[in-house]
Design a protein around this ligand. Structure first.
Ligand SMILES: NC(=O)c1ccc[n+]([C@@H]2O[C@H](COP(=O)([O-])OP(=O)(O)OC[C@H]3O[C@@H](n4cnc5c(N)ncnc54)[C@H](OP(=O)(O)O)[C@@H]3O)[C@@H](O)[C@H]2O)c1
Length: 243
């Protein structure tokens, strides 16, 4: 009997795999035997001293740059594509048109670009597309209207692409993480009081870890989830269902 979570011989691409959650997901697939490629905005793997880049093939890609996306050399074969790119703007910047557009370009527009660019390769292998949104897509975010709207859009896109790509044998699903301390939220999670408050309101009693998201990603992309289509799983320690 074969292990459904053995990814030996599979090729996995993690857009935004150079940091935080994406980096954890990339290592999850690597440890399960996959060949893993990651992208980030910097020029080389050496420019990520705070991330574990061991065993990951790095390619530079800024998904907000349409020309760069068009010119990008996508891997020849793809079994799993994880769209984990994301930014947020703080200090009320997302209430400005410039801040709104910047967040939407990376967090929402680029999802469609990457999905379109990898669709045929995923169809060729009967692969999986995973979109990382956020429980913020279900909530009101006082300082981040663009981030919240982009994540609500991402959750919706998982449903639409799930339906649109299913006939080609591609399963599209998503993960909505709760709070994981990474560079996207260091601006407020490095504050001890804020962190304590979040932990105290999370039933699991701790922040999330990139490994927690990797577990869900390995399941969703595997044959164990063969009948799961267009779904976003919240991986948030119970935060979103606590009163
Ligand atoms: N951390 C949380 O609590 C949390 C909660 C819910 C959802 N999420 C979502 O999880 C995903 C990963 O976030 P994270 O927490 O791991 O944050 P992170 O550590 O800041 O990682 C963000 C990743 O996105 C990449 N990225 C940013 N702008 C990009 C661009 N223009 N083109 C291509 N790649 C770009 C980054 O590349 P560089 O390394 O080159 O900057 C990095 O690899 C995001 O979609 C985020 O919204 C995070």
């Amino acid at each position: 009997m074969t292990n459904p979570l053995d990814y030996s011989g599979k090729t996995v691409l993690v857009i935004g795999g150079t940091s935080g959650i994406g980096n954890g997901i990339a290592h999850g697939f690597r440890m399960a035997g996959a060949k893993v490629l990651v992208t980030g905005t910097r020029g080389s793997a050496g420019e990520y001293p705070d991330s574990d880049m061991e065993g990951l093939a790095f390619h530079s890609l800024d998904v907000s740059d349409r020309d760069a996306l068009d010119a990008f050399e996508w891997p020849e074969t793809l079994d799993v594509v994880v769209l984990c790119q994301g930014i947020a703007r703080y200090g009320r910047e997302e209430f400005t048109r410039e801040g709104w557009d910047a967040v939407m370009e990376v967090n929402l527009d680029s999802l469609l670009d990457c999905a379109n660019a990898t669709r045929q390769k995923l169809a060729d292998t009967g692969g999986s597309l995973l979109i990382i949104s956020s429980i913020g897509g279900y909530r009101g975010l006082v300082g981040n209207p663009a981030y919240g709207a982009s994540k609500a859009g991402a959750i919706s896109m998982v449903k639409s692409l799930g339906v649109a790509f299913a006939a080609e044998g591609i399963r599209v699903n998503g993960i909505a993480p709760g709070y994981v301390h990474t560079k996207i939220n260091d601006a407020f999670l490095s504050d001890e009081k804020t962190q304590k408050h979040i932990i105290s309101t999370t039933p699991r009693g701790r922040l999330g870890l990139p490994e927690d998201m990797a577990g869900a990603a390995l399941f969703l992309a595997s044959p164990l989830a063969d009948y799961v289509v267009g779904q976003t799983i919240s991986v948030d320690g119970g935060l979103s269902v606590a009163s």
